[in-house]
Design a protein around this ligand. Structure first.
Ligand code: GSH
Length: 208
C-alpha cells in the first residue's frame, strides 16, 4: 500500500491525502515532521534529503518528495488520463501554472501569515511583517477571485489546481485577519467544503 510520510497538520501533506481521497487511493499515513521529528534520521534522509514532509513510499520501495510532483505522479500511476490532471497540453498548462504559482508566489506571503498567528508564540510575533504579508496575499487572492468568475473551480472543472491552493485557502479564511471582500473566492471555499469530503475532512480542519 502507498505510504505517506508526514504529519497531518502540514499543508503539503494535506494536498496528497486529499488527492488520495478524491481518487480512492488506499494509503497509510505515518506521522513524521514537526513535533513528531524523525525527518533527520538516516532512514528518512535516504528517502528525502530535504528533511521535509511529505514523502511517499511505494510497496516496491520507490520514493518521491515534493508535494506537487507527488500529485502528478499519483494521477499518472493511479488514474492516467483523469480530468483532475488534464492530458491536453493547453488544459494541462493552465492547471499546472497554478501548481507553480502556489509554490512560487502564494506560499511567499501565506507562510509568514500562518506562522505569525498559529505557530509563533505571541511575544515573538512580527506583526509588521504579517501586515505586509497580508497585503501581498490579498493581491494574490484577488487574482484567484477574478479567475474564478462564474466558474465552480479555478480552471472550470475540479483539478489539481484546486487541490494545491486548497490548504492555503482554508488558512486564508480561518486566520484572524481582515480580508478584502472576495465573494467568488468565498463561494469556492464553501463549495470545496460542501462537495469534497476529502477537503472537509483533511484540509478545512483546526490549524495547528
Ligand atoms: N515544496 C515542498 C515543501 C515541503 C515543506 O516545506 N514541508 C513542511 C511542512 S508543510 C515541512 O516539512 N516542515 C518541517 C517539518 O514538518 O518538520 C513540498 O511541496 O513538498
Amino acid at each position: 500500500m502507498l505510504k505517506i510520510w508526514g504529519r497531518a497538520s502540514s499543508s503539503n501533506v494535506m494536498k496528497v491525502v486529499w488527492l488520495c481521497e478524491e481518487l480512492s487511493i488506499p494509503f497509510e499515513r505515518v506521522d513524521v515532521g514537526g513535533e513528531f521529528g524523525r525527518t533527520k534520521e538516516a532512514f528518512y534522509l535516504a528517502m528525502n534529503p530535504n528533511s521535509r514532509v511529505p514523502t511517499i513510499e511505494e510497496a516496491d520501495g520507490y520514493t518521491l518528495w515534493e508535494s506537487n510532483s507527488i500529485l502528478r505522479y499519483l494521477v499518472a500511476t493511479r488514474a492516467p488520463g483523469h480530468a483532475i490532471h488534464p492530458t491536453a497540453p493547453a488544459a494541462r498548462g493552465r492547471v499546472e501554472r497554478w501548481m507553480d504559482w502556489q509554490l512560487a508566489s502564494l506560499g511567499g506571503p501565506m507562510t509568514p501569515l500562518f506562522f505569525t498567528y498559529v505557530r509563533i508564540p505571541e511575544p515573538k510575533r512580527d506583526y509588521a511583517a504579517a501586515a505586509k504579508a497580508l497585503e501581498e496575499a490579498s493581491a494574490l487572492w484577488s487574482i484567484v477571485d477574478r479567475q474564478l468568475g462564474d466558474a465552480e473551480y479555478v480552471e472550470g472543472r475540479f483539478s489539481l489546481a484546486d487541490i494545491v491552493l486548497g490548504p492555503y485557502l482554508h488558512r486564508w479564511f480561518a486566520l484572524p485577519i481582515t480580508r478584502p471582500d472576495l465573494p467568488r473566492l468565498r463561494a469556492w471555499y464553501d463549495r470545496l467544503q460542501a462537495k469534497h469530503p476529502g477537503f472537509a475532512r483533511h484540509v478545512a480542519v483546526e490549524m495547528t
